[in-house]
Ligand binder design. Sequence first.
Ligand code: PAF
Length: 285
Amino acid sequence: VVEVVESPEDVRRAVAAARDRGQRVGLVPTMGALHHGHAQLIAECRHETDLAVVSIFVNPTQFGPAEDFDRYPRSLDDDVRRCEAAGAGLVFAPSVATVYPNGGGSTYVEVPGLSDILEGACRPGHFRGVATVVLKLFEIVQPDVAIFGQKDYQQQLVIRRMVRDLHVPVVIRVAPTVREPDGLAQSSRNRYLNVQERQDALALYRALEAAQQAVAAGQHEADRIRQILRDTLESRPGVKLEYAEVADADTLEPLSDLGKGRRVVALLAAQVGSTRLIDNALLLE
Ligand code: PAF
């Protein structure tokens, strides 16, 4: 049975024991409500390291005041079973008081620029909360490798930037988005969707597919691709677009033209009923 610990001291003890055995340590940071996407992250972590540590912590500082922190799904027993099935060696499930010993007066990490656009513009303070908690987790676990999902595309860029700026000795890996058979990206927030909304939510994937097809057919004007994304999304009355962007895949700088050998990503956010969903796809790699 996978060990579940709540204190940084217990994590350090387990990690030190692994290192004494000559093992490499990986971290998969999560907020719980685990699904197949998380199982893939854990599998990838197991592939790269000997001890896969999974953190389960619904981080209050990355939620805005009107967001879903209170109703975010919490299912620790089920999550621990999934961690075990996926090959995790240790689960770290701390309390808010443990992670934020100084409460609201905590030290924070800011990653300017990248944190202020797209998701950051829609959710002010979100990436400050993410960067802060992820650095705390890195300090507690001190992993060799940490795995994030491509679904949170901007998040992994923010974390890579933080790691580089602060010289954190960890390798960041990104695992591909896991999708339902019909294409919907797996997300803990899909649990909020009713039957109609679940249908409407497919518009995000359809929009990305349409954009990829347009690029494959030779379209390279970013504004035309943005229009295709918007049109596909807005063809479903239940879907309210927040943004549809076509950007440089490394800097998220908005593009006007897809040429010149760039890596390009399409990024979407939309409200489906009362649920906010995001998705993305690389258009050129
Ligand atoms: O992607 C998530 O689940 C969260 O943003 C993370 C990285 C665990 C930080 O709370």
